[in-house]
Design a binder for this molecule. Structure first.
Ligand SMILES: NC(=O)c1ccc[n+]([C@@H]2O[C@H](COP(=O)([O-])OP(=O)(O)OC[C@H]3O[C@@H](n4cnc5c(N)ncnc54)[C@H](OP(=O)(O)O)[C@@H]3O)[C@@H](O)[C@H]2O)c1
Length: 241
């Protein structure tokens, strides 16, 4: 299958790309970081994966849709790229940063999904979300609320697509020791808000609440294969592994 992974060159997105490449999927990877994209392309190609990479900023509403329309068809869109957004009391963080997080996490995801749906005859859209969008994440509200909106978007799209062979699934990959949560655990800072998040992240890891990256990527690969299409509109979590 031809699978587009936004933000697929780094961190958890890269683990997803590695797992999908190992299963023989043809990959299209996007991100903003040209260097990371080139590294991912070289390493995956060396492993025999059919991969192409493109710079596409999810903050630019037209960039990813334009790319998807130019590709001449994908089977699966993995909306992985996202921002962690500003950290701190909601009324104190920079409001432009707060809103930009929605532009990337919600508008970027929605517009990529729209373009994929317009060009797909069948397949699936997988929106990578977070437990923070199901429950809450005080002091990280742009992230939490934007992910909640993405979950609700998926529920609605699935109903609109019920007569077409396109599934829409939300995937919470669990807390993993790379990317946003990995950096959270490593945070060594005087900033009290960031310090609070770091302390919480380390406590979650110490309590065994993290999901191994391979397990997280393995479940994503099963969703990409279509195993969970019967749950279109729903949320897949590490408990489904
Ligand atoms: N890490 C965790 O424990 C965890 C837990 C639950 C959910 N998640 C979800 O998993 C996904 C990946 O998270 P992560 O931890 O790997 O985060 P990360 O380390 O911050 O990586 C974010 C990824 O998104 C891309 N990205 C960010 N802004 C972008 C933009 N404007 N346009 C295009 N790409 C953009 C980045 O690539 P560029 O820098 O190249 O743009 C990077 O590949 C996210 O959707 C996140 O919500 C992660």
């Amino acid at each position: 299958m031809r699978v587009l992974v936004t933000g697929g060159a780094k961190e958890l997105g890269r683990a997803f790309s590695d797992a999908l490449g190992a299963q023989g999927h043809q990959l299209v990877i996007t991100g903003r970081d040209q260097k990371a994209l080139a590294t991912a392309e070289a390493e995956l190609t060396a492993q025999g994966v059919d991969v192409e990479t493109h710079v596409a900023d999810l903050g630019d509403p037209g960039a990813t849709p334009k790319l998807i329309e130019s590709l001449g068809g994908i089977d699966v869109l993995v909306n992985n790229g996202a921002l962690g957004g500003p950290i701190g009391p909601t009324w104190q963080v920079d409001e432009n940063d707060w809103w930009h997080t929605f532009e990337v996490n919600l508008r970027g995801t929605a517009f990529a999904a729209n373009a994929a749906i317009r060009t797909m005859t069948s397949g699936r859209i997988i929106n990578v979300v977070s437990n923070a969008g199901v429950h809450r994440w005080p002091y990280v509200t742009a992230y939490s609320v934007s992910k909640a909106a993405v979950i609700k978007l998926g529920e609605n799209l699935a109903v609109e697509l019920k007569n077409r062979p396109i599934a829409v699934l939300s995937y919470d990959p669990g807390m993993v020791d790379i990317g946003l949560m990995g950096r959270g655990c490593d945070a060594d800072t005087d900033d009290p808000d960031l310090w609070r998040i770091g302390r919480w992240a380390r406590s979650q890891r110490a309590d065994g609440r993290f999901t191994p990256v391979e397990q997280s990527a393995g479940l994503l690969a099963r969703i990409v294969s279509g195993e969970f299409d019967h749950r279109s509109g729903g949320l897949i979590t590490p408990k489904d592994a």
